[in-house]
Design a protein around this ligand. Structure first.
Ligand code: DX5
Ligand code: ZN
Length: 220
């Protein structure tokens, strides 16, 4: 289990060629990715609709990498067992969604999986403070969730990444700090300098000619 000071690179499958899913996952395996990030969207919590547990299950047999599942859905509590059965290793839910947050986080851990909490660019850091001692990962969104290919929202997100790192040190906690959206060769270093260690990237990795080279460069 990597600690929160290790830089982790997690390609986001949303940006891959879904018609070639097996070979895209194999490309990520061979390119030195640490985790595979899977964006689940319900068309209610976010504008877009992506995929569900069956898609995660399709990916599972083709990789040993950690499956980092990001639930951008309104009622995540209803689906935890299905995503666990599909092969998720980590499940992240949104603080803005409609559920008993502490209960959902506990349910993920009761299945023996790692739990994460995500907050959108417009959501203040204070909204997640009550839960920081119950999570393995904090996802600070660096775009408005729903679509890949957007621009990194530095002003909105970096102060929260800093605050999350300070809070973790002050309280002796050990959650990962993940950023997601608009992460590429420049912004990855800005995020790292502010305290993020898990870098989710879709367009800049699955869209890269040389994914292995892009991942190596992101490790800095
Ligand atoms: C957006 C997703 C991100 C997205 C990242 O809602 O959570 O994971 O796929 O895509 P890029 O790296 O293209 O911004
Ligand atoms: Zn995501």
């Amino acid at each position: 289990m990597s600690d929160c000071n290790t830089r982790i690179i997690a390609p986001s499958v949303l940006a891959s060629d879904w018609a070639m899913l097996k070979s895209e996952i194999e490309r990520a395996n061979q390119s030195g990715a640490d985790w595979i990030h899977l964006d689940v969207m319900d068309g209610l919590f976010v504008e877009n609709i992506s995929f569900g547990p069956q898609f995660v299950g399709a990916v599972r047999p083709h990789t040993e990498l950690t499956l980092d599942v990001h639930l951008m859905i309104t009622h995540p509590d209803r689906y935890i067992s299905q995503f666990v059965k599909a092969g998720s290793d980590r499940i992240t839910v949104h603080v803005e969604a409609e559920h008993d947050i502490a209960a959902t986080l506990q349910a993920i851990r009761d299945f023996g999986k790692q739990c994460g909490l995500a907050l959108n660019p417009a959501t203040p850091f204070d909204a997640v403070v009550p839960y920081l001692d119950q999570i393995d990962l904090l996802l600070v969104m660096t775009v408005v969730p729903g679509f890949g290919g957007q621009s990194f929202m530095e002003e909105e997100a970096m102060p929260k990444v800093c605050a999350a790192r300070n809070y973790r040190e002050e309280h002796g906690l050990s959650y990962h700090i993940e950023v997601d959206g608009g992460i590429e060769q420049e912004t990855v270093h800005i995020a790292g300098e502010n305290g993020a260690n898990v870098m989710v990237a879709g367009t800049s990795l699955f869209g890269a000619e040389d994914m292995a080279g892009a991942i190596t460069a992101m490790r800095g």
